[in-house]
Design a protein around this ligand. Structure first.
Ligand code: UTP
Length: 231
């Protein structure tokens, strides 16, 4: 199976602990024994801190995105170092796809300004025709409201891709800026377009990613390609 795993920066390195990065690296190497595995790493708190500081210094939004991309690539290097030894993460999809074909395992960060690594993961999944895309996030799935704000928020077990797009685009509590939408709009649209089978789960413990990929055992939300949904 060909798998793309999106590892949120706040999941991989909330506090830059080497053992957490090593645990993620171990799981990805382990999965790569049986599958082709591509990981896309986010920037987390460090990216936000750089972006906030640069905004105060008057940086424009593209410059801020470029700083964010830099941090995602640093995190990708860190995870790469925990796996097979440090290698320069590919900076675009061609290079990532080539490394995936060659090595069966690749890690990358951001690509271009104006998006997040959610979209990078969805685009890479589309590019390599992945069988499965896993979003390892800091929330345990897709909810109808922000679970941190609304105690009545309910999680979707299965959600058609078109409904995910609507939910994120509607700008409700799930999709508004600063909310806990686990996937951004561009990513949702790419998931819908490619029809990639997608899981959104709490990735704090990398074993959950292992279970989802290896055994199909997960606790989260499955985004189901349009047309494959029971009425
Ligand atoms: P993240 O993917 O980590 O953004 O990229 P995020 O979703 O805000 O962070 P998490 O999920 O909470 O960890 C960090 C920043 O890097 C820039 C954006 O500014 C983004 O907010 N970025 C990243 C890009 O501009 N392009 C990319 O392809 C990736």
């Amino acid at each position: 199976m060909k798998v793309v795993v999106s590892v949120g920066g706040s999941v991989l390195a909330p506090d830059l602990a080497a053992d957490r990065v090593a645990a993620y690296g171990d799981v990805l190497v382990d999965l790569a024994a049986d599958h082709e595995v591509a990981a896309v790493v986010g920037g987390g708190r460090v990216a936000r801190e750089y972006i906030d500081a640069a905004r105060q210094l008057g940086g424009n939004e593209i410059e801020l995105d470029q700083l964010g991309i830099g941090v995602t690539r640093l995190n990708a290097r860190l995870l790469g170092a925990a796996m097979e030894g440090p290698v320069k993460p590919p900076e675009e999809y061609d290079g990532a796809a080539e490394a995936l074909r060659r090595d069966g395992l690749v890690v990358m960060g951001g690509v271009v300004p104006g998006q997040t690594t959610d979209a990078v993961a969805a685009a890479l999944a589309e590019y390599v025709e992945a069988d499965l895309l896993v979003y390892a996030t800091s929330v345990p799935g897709v909810f109808d409201a922000d679970p941190n704000e609304d105690p009545d928020a309910e999680r979707y077990d299965r959600l058609p891709a078109a409904e995910l797009v609507e939910l994120v685009a509607s700008g409700g509590s799930l999709g508004s800026a600063g909310s806990n939408a686990p996937i951004d709009l561009l990513a949702a649209k790419l998931v819908q377009r490619s029809g990639t089978r997608t899981l959104v789960l709490d990735g704090e413990d990398p074993d959950r990613v292992r279970g989802a990929v290896r055994d199909g055992d997960y606790d989260g939300t499955e985004i189901v390609p349009d047309g494959e949904v029971d009425p």
